[in-house]
Design a protein around this ligand. Structure first.
Ligand code: UDP
Ligand code: MG
Length: 318
């Protein structure tokens, strides 16, 4: 099979007929063998009943229904698990992404040998203040922090070599950072393609203000996990030691002042009168805490079942 199109959806009943027939048209025109995997993320608007009907009309369409709403990442995860196509394409169900992009994305993966190609909604048809501007800032931060030169990390329209989706595990709200997960799994050829974007025709956006809190926090997690998840002590240990040394130095300074003054028979002020004393105390406590956190995290890593799971690219004679 050439292409699996993975579509996570939540209450998108109005868009589905047009979406599936449009994808089908593009696939037929280009003679691709394909499947469309629709993952109903706990819809309550009759999306699933419609999917069952669509599946009867077209056997290339497959449906999975969650019992409740788990989020877009969960949908993608199950779609990736199911996908059999040589190239896997993800797109949103709301018709904001155009199926016309599929042939070119497919070509970039198969001929230009990209591991993954991410869409870039260069001209974007979403509300300026609630979506476009925050998204620009967020993408800039993500670029700086991950070193991946993409303009639109969270674009729903993306294409992957099959091996990529089988090697990464999307969970929580991590659909925003799939390029980071891919890079971290050792897939370095990550490309970008400017894609057409439309205004939402039916329904409403499923991501409200909570994404302003979750997005940045998840970015921090992704970066921390990718750098330190197998060696947490290198993070906590460094900061813990620095803090402790700072505290100790301040304490020694304070103590020696007092001793020197006493040796010269002068009345030394109480040690609790100095701000350095409190700084020293706090720094040493925080330093110890960080160190302990490091040890606990190391223990966790030691006991985790995937402490020795590596993605093997090739083997010979084994
Ligand atoms: N979606 C989903 N589960 C959710 C929220 C969203 O499967 O809990 C799907 C949604 O139906 C759509 C895609 O994820 O197909 C992108 O959502 P949306 O268009 O609302 O996001 P926006 O384009 O506004 O960022
Ligand atoms: Mg949308």
């Amino acid at each position: 099979m050439d292409i699996s199109v993975v579509v996570p959806l939540f209450n998108e009943v109005e868009s589905l007929p047009e979406l599936t027939s449009w994808i089908d048209r593009v696939m037929e025109a280009n003679r691709f063998s394909y499947e469309i995997i629709l993952i109903d993320d706990g819809s309550t608007d009759g999306s699933w009943e419609l999917i069952e009907q669509l599946c009867l009309q077209n056997t290339c369409i497959k449906g999975i229904k969650f019992r409740r709403n788990y989020g877009k990442s969960a949908g993608l995860y199950c779609g990736f698990e199911q996908a059999e196509g040589h190239v896997v394409i993800t797109m949103d169900a709301d018709l904001q992404d155009s199926p016309e992009e599929i042939p070119e994305l497919y070509r970039m993966i198969t001929e230009e040998k990209y591991d993954m190609v991410s869409g870039w909604k260069k001209k974007r048809y979403d509300p300026i203040f609630s979506k476009n501007l925050p998204s620009k800032f967020y993408n800039w931060t993500a670029r700086r922090m991950t070193g991946i030169k993409l303009h639109d990390f969270n674009c729903g329209l993306k294409a992957y070599r099959k091996q990529v989706v089988k090697s990464i595990e999307v969970y929580g709200d991590m659909h925003r950072y799939i390029p980071v997960l891919a890079k971290w799994a050792g897939f370095k050829r990550i490309g970008e393609k400017v894609v057409q974007h439309q205004e939402r025709k039916f329904g409403v956006t499923k991501f409200g203000m909570e994404r302003f809190i979750r997005g940045p926090l998840d970015l921090l997690s992704v970066i921390f996990i990718s750098k330190f998840s197998k060696r947490p002590m290198h993070f906590f240990g460094v900061f813990g030691t620095l803090m402790f040394i700072l505290g100790l130095a301040a304490a020694i300074w304070e103590g020696s002042q007092k001793i020197i003054l006493t040796l010269h028979n002068q009345r030394a002020p109480r040690i609790t009168e100095s701000p350095y004393f409190y700084l020293a105390l706090t720094a040493m406590i925080i330093g110890t805490q960080l160190f302990l956190a490091g040890f606990l995290a190391e223990l966790n890593v030691r006991n985790s079942t995937d402490r020795n799971s590596y993605l093997i690219d090739k083997r010979t004679n084994v």
